[in-house]
Design a binder for this molecule. Structure first.
Ligand code: PGA
Length: 237
């Protein structure tokens, strides 16, 4: 079984999401666990047993006087089972640092949400051959603050920042090596049954190749998940 996570980002009006929700129910493949992550405003459209639902963000605070925030209890109440935390777009555009990420993880766990925790290197870091060091830092700075029970609710998505939305993608060998590196780090330090996904320009054309990567547990898909045709090909491949 592989995870296929559709990160719809800041897209789809209610009307578009409604249409998408109706059509996507019909795309089923027992080899995949499809998790849909729509905008907050459209979560309610996916609120039944036909869907595995995830949020793209969560407040770092409990309910209360935090204007504009959506809290974990609200997400759980809408049947969310997952939440994406640490996406590079949130780290970059919303200045989410480790302290904030840890608060968000704490809120997610309090509300029984599983965490899709994103990590990945920038282009500069990639070119400087620092990828493994970056991945290790991003993992340990969060994982070392959590206990085993908490860690068991985390799925990792390895997403090179330079591969997100660019059509660029590392070689299969590079992805495989980095997935192996993450799993080895886990094996040596945390002993979790850890799932590791790849994200960054996954589409209907490269999915066949990506599926040959050993030890890869699934994909986090942005742009291509907006097209039902593309997503269908990815899921049914
Ligand atoms: P992309 O985005 O598939 O459009 O590259 C992936 C992501 O940001 O999760």
């Amino acid at each position: 079984m592989k995870y296929v996570i559709a990160n719809l980002k800041s897209n789809q009006t209610k009307k578009e999401a409604l249409e998408y929700s109706k059509k996507i129910k019909k795309i089923k493949n027992k080899n995949n666990q499809l998790i849909i992550c729509p905008s907050f405003t459209n979560l309610f459209l996916f609120n039944d047993q036909n869907y595995n639902l995830g949020a793209q963000n969560i407040s770092e605070y409990e309910k209360g006087a935090y204007t504009g925030e959506i809290n974990g209890e609200q997400l759980q109440n809408l049947n969310c089972k997952y939440v994406i935390i640490g996406h590079s777009e949130r780290r970059k555009y919303f200045n989410e640092n480790n302290k904030i990420l840890l608060n968000k993880i704490t809120q997610a766990l309090k509300n029984n949400l599983k965490i899709i925790f994103c990590i990945g290197e920038s282009l500069e870091e990639y070119k400087a051959n620092q990828t493994k060091e970056i991945l290790q830092n991003q993992i340990t700075s969060i994982f070392n603050s959590l206990d085993l029970k908490q860690l068991n609710n985390i799925i990792i998505a390895y997403e090179p920042i330079w591969a997100i939305g660019t059509g660029l993608i590392p070689s299969l060998k590079e992805i495989e090596e980095n997935i192996y590196f993450i799993k080895k780090l886990n094996y040596q330090n945390y002993h979790l049954n850890l799932f590791v996904l790849y994200g960054g320009s996954v589409d209907e054309n490269n999915i066949n190749d990506l599926k040959t990567i050993s030890n890869l547990d699934g994909y986090l898909i942005g742009g291509a998940s907006l097209s039902l045709e593309k997503l269908k090909k990815i899921i049914l491949t």
